[in-house]
Ligand binder design. Structure first.
Ligand code: PLP
Length: 295
């Protein structure tokens, strides 16, 4: 991805009373080296991030992304992010995304330099890849064992399973494994047979007239896109539910989608080689909604 803008943030304490944080931002050359070699984000993946979709210069679902940033920070014992400071940083970055079309803003909060005084924080902006083809034609997925049981997050919170940490090597390895198996993407399943999420997306299944997604307490990220789509579906009078979903439910689903902030709603055309019906019109209506301005 060609980053076209980068801003380093001097993180403010969460109770900082200032209303204008411009003086805490430093624009840097997005194509030049910027981090110290002692950075724990690069050495240990010790930090958190958010990827925010941008449509026609508008940062989508910013409230939900800032909520999740704060949640991830709490799980990782990082200082509470100053919400207004991050909001203003995103506003500055959004002005550097394409005015027409789609962009992506990344928010990163790292533990900083080893033994250093403060965390490191930065925001980047770029044009998004063209996802129109995959939104229309869909993807084939395979199920992959995530290696932990559905109750592991409750028993082992230090695994940080509900946090959006920078440690995505496992997620990227799962996508490579899916490709080795002839698919495009993966759906993680727990070691005791429950459906979790994709490596970079949430999963939603249609079962008749209802739409279900795995409950976030099973060690998955609560997706901002899924959350927004469920609000939209509820407004349209559809039943939506968070459930503990057995893997066997994949074979009987009437449709399935992977949902994420930049790729948006992508229909699943096959799971482990078994074809799945695709409702092109419903998927297109999801993406029309997801591309409309959302707070
Ligand atoms: N689950 C994982 C593991 C993710 O990495 C992501 C997004 O990157 C999601 C779910 C979907 O989250 P969102 O809709 O907020 O992008």
């Amino acid at each position: 991805m060609a980053w076209r803008f980068a801003l380093v943030i001097d993180p403010a304490a969460s109770d900082d009373p200032r209303t204008d944080f411009a003086e805490t931002f430093r624009v840097i050359d997005a194509s030049a080296p910027a981090l110290s070699v002692g950075e724990l984000s690069t050495q240990r993946g010790d930090g958190i991030f958010e990827s925010v979709g941008v449509v026609d210069g508008h940062a989508q679902e910013l409230i939900a992304h800032l909520d999740r940033l704060a949640h991830s920070a709490a799980l990782c014992d990082l200082p509470v992010p100053h919400r207004e400071q991050w909001r203003q940083a995103v506003e500055v970055a959004a002005a550097h995304c394409p005015a027409d079309g789609e962009g992506v803003i990344k928010l990163v909060l790292s533990r900083g330099i080893e033994h250093g005084p403060t965390p490191t924080a930065w925001v980047t902006a770029a044009a998004a890849a063209d996802n129109s083809g995959v939104r229309e034609h869909g993807i084939r997925v395979v199920t992959l064992d995530r290696g932990y049981a559905i109750d592991t997050p409750a028993r082992a919170p230090w695994l940080l399973l509900g946090a959006k940490t920078l440690s995505y090597a496992v997620n990227m390895a799962a996508i490579r494994e899916a490709k080795r198996r002839g698919a495009d993407d993966a759906i993680f399943v727990s070691s005791d047979g429950f459906v979790l999420e994709a490596p970079t997306a949430s999963l939603v299944l249609r079962q008749g007239d209802r739409f279900v997604t795995p409950a976030p307490n099973g060690g998955i990220l609560h997706g901002t896109t899924q959350l927004s789509l469920f609000e939209h579906l509820a407004d349209l009078g559809h039943e939506t539910a968070y459930e503990t979903i057995p893997v066997s439910a994949l074979a009987t689903a009437d449709a399935a989608w992977l949902l994420s902030s930049v790729r948006l709603a992508v229909p699943v055309t096959a799971i482990d080689g078994a074809e799945l019906p695709v409702d092109g019109e419903l998927t297109a209506s999801f993406n029309r909604y997801l591309l409309s301005p959302r707070a």
